[in-house]
Ligand binder design. Structure first.
Ligand code: AP5
Length: 223
């Protein structure tokens, strides 16, 4: 099992890039935010527990998040590995992931940080639209769909997230950037962190991520 971790502040472009990398490597994209939103829509106890934290822009507690993520990694489609989008978000989550992978005889072998200055994040999140079936991302001005309100890839309707309202985006940035710095530090200490400039166009960021993975045999794209 090979696990690639995509790190970044809210709105840095993790989801956008995780969709591309998942298609590129033929691995599932596992996004804890999507798992929580699906659970909240289904009205499960886990979803109801997570909803309040998400509405306040806070991180969901580790004891809820880690179990959910590890259960998802046990699903058959993740047998070969996964692209993690939005996990780990705290040092405790990173350490729990290390332990769980060590039990499976493996380890995170790449942690990629999509680095974007805070000022740009507010603009990105408040202009974001997502497709309702698979979560493909668009932006009002930077990356509009070909037909307004419709996903280019699968034709489903575009929607906006409740937590992309400006006041909640500000709370997310205030609440979560400190924990991100801890996770970045965790992977830097492990010697597997690589950062790319997330201000570049989407395709350029993808190329930079793939270039960063080239030295790692499993993730190498060129022959
Ligand atoms: P989650 O769903 O993970 O949200 P997030 O981390 O806040 O990240 P986003 O999905 O908002 O942004 P993104 O980086 O994926 O950016 P995107 O690609 O969409 O989490 C939601 C909530 O769930 C959290 O607040 C927390 O409460 C909870 N949660 C989730 N995981 C948790 C965990 N592990 N522990 C505890 N709690 C957890 O791009 C954004 C916009 O920018 C789009 O419009 C896109 O088109 C545009 N864009 C992308 N790339 C570029 C580019 N290169 N140039 C210009 N525009 C771009």
């Amino acid at each position: 099992m090979r696990v690639l971790v995509l790190l970044g502040a809210p709105g840095a472009g993790k989801g956008t890039q995780a969709h591309v990398l998942a298609r590129h490597f033929g691995l599932p994209r596992v996004a804890t935010g999507d798992l929580f939103r699906a659970a909240a829509r289904d009205g499960t106890p886990l979803g109801l527990a997570a909803r309040g934290y998400m509405e306040r822009g806070e991180l969901v507690p580790d004891e809820i998040t880690v179990g959910m993520l590890l259960e998802r990694l046990d699903a058959p489609d993740a047998e070969r590995g996964a692209i993690l989008d939005g996990f780990p978000r705290t040092r405790a989550q990173a350490e729990a992931l290390d332990r769980a992978l060590a039990d499976r005889g493996t380890a995170v072998d790449a942690a990629l940080l999509v680095d974007v200055p805070t000022g740009e994040l507010l603009r990105r999140l408040t202009g974001r639209w997502l497709c309702s079936s698979a979560g493909h991302t668009y932006h009002d001005t930077a990356y509009p769909p070909r037909v307004a309100g419709i996903c280019d890839i699968d034709g489903s309707a575009l929607i906006q997230r409740d937590d992309d309202r400006p006041e909640i985006v500000r709370a997310r940035l205030e609440q979560q950037l400190g924990a991100l710095a801890d996770v970045v530090d965790h992977y830097r200490t492990a010697g597997i962190l690589q950062a790319v400039d997330g201000r570049r166009p989407i395709a350029a960021v993808t190329n930079d991520l793939l270039d960063a993975l080239e030295p790692i045999p499993y993730w190498r794209t060129s022959p």
